[in-house]
Ligand binder design. Sequence first.
Ligand SMILES: [Zn+2]
Ligand SMILES: [Zn+2]
Length: 425
Amino acid sequence: MNEMDFSHTKRFDPAMPYKRFVRQMSDWYNGGELPGLAGQDLKFVLKLQKDKMRSLGLDTTCKLTTAGSGNSDTGCFSFSDRIFINSITGGNMVMTRSIVDTDNQLTKNTEDICLTAIIQDLKDGTNPSNDMALCCPHCGAPSTLGELQAGCKHCGTHFLMSEMYPTVMNCFINEKYDRDKNAAKNKHDLKVILTASIIPMIAVGIIGNLFTNQGQNIIMSIILGLLGGIFGGGYIGIMIFVFKKLFEVLGLMGRQMRGGGHTASTLIRANKIKQHDPEFSSEYFRDKVMSLFRMAVYSRDATELACCKCRCPEKAADIIEAQLHNFNINSCKIKDMVCDAEVTLFLDCLHYKEGKVVSKTDKFRMHMRKRIKSPTELGFSFAAVSCPSCGASFDARNVKACPYCNNAYLHEDHDWIMTDLKCIG
Ligand SMILES: [Zn+2]
Ligand SMILES: [Zn+2]
């Protein structure tokens, strides 16, 4: 494909890649096949997660169907740098998922969810440099854009620019409503409340009738008391049920609002970082925070990851799925051009504990560090970096020095790394 074709065909609409990605995520849940559209970091996170589940003997089956009209609410927001544009694309879906171990089904539920994908594409008219470090989309080997167009050194595959973009940088699933759990709970609540209100009303009705209507026949009094009890008690019961549901909805709203109180201060701190790093964005930072958290939690040993300078806390060790609900930047200190940021993560997690899968809301405090000397690059991944000393491209996820020239590779010079992680509730 030549440059002319490239500019003709490149009218970026995230709806199509989004639909493809949803199908690929469903395949990943079912068989573990990594989504072809996922960028290297997301592929790495999904691989670690699947490996962790397999090592625990767990497997999932999942059905994702588009909810309602079938239209995803796409392209609502995007952020860009010199080269890339990232579109935050979300759609409402119904997800039926079950988690099984070797002989038992541990959970099965149907939920209304929102699946959000951060889809990255080249900006119209931009041409990234041929030296840009990039992973081979086929074999994952670290390479550069120019090399991949000429044919990957490892697997020989040739790529066109249109085959390398768009990619999905990150993906979030937010549960909105658990249908099965809710239906079962409603049925149970209604039964309990009706029983609790009808039985005493019947007793009151019968006793009342027997004592007040002396002249009436006893059987008639009992029947009238019974009917009065059923209707009166039923009416009161339904009123109580409606009130209870109203309060539960308010409680659910409270859960949805977690972490929302600090949005303004988070934006102020994001702005402070932005003054030093003009291409910093809180969306990009949030994706990085979540990628690092997931890598640390899903990997066998977080300290093996070069982008992680701390251990995975014990309370996070049994997490088999972590979804971001909200995040706050609590503080950021910039000293000698090194930025240390402290963030709070509000998460919805699945834990695998003593043979059971439990869903929980979790809160973590995380410390992040990056040297602010060059602007953040949206497409950057430690999976393919170019050595600042010799220019060779290599995978820096598990090494501290360039394998070609042996010069130390300082991860915090190039992207955010995690320096501390604690569970705080
Ligand atoms: Zn390759
Ligand atoms: Zn080198």
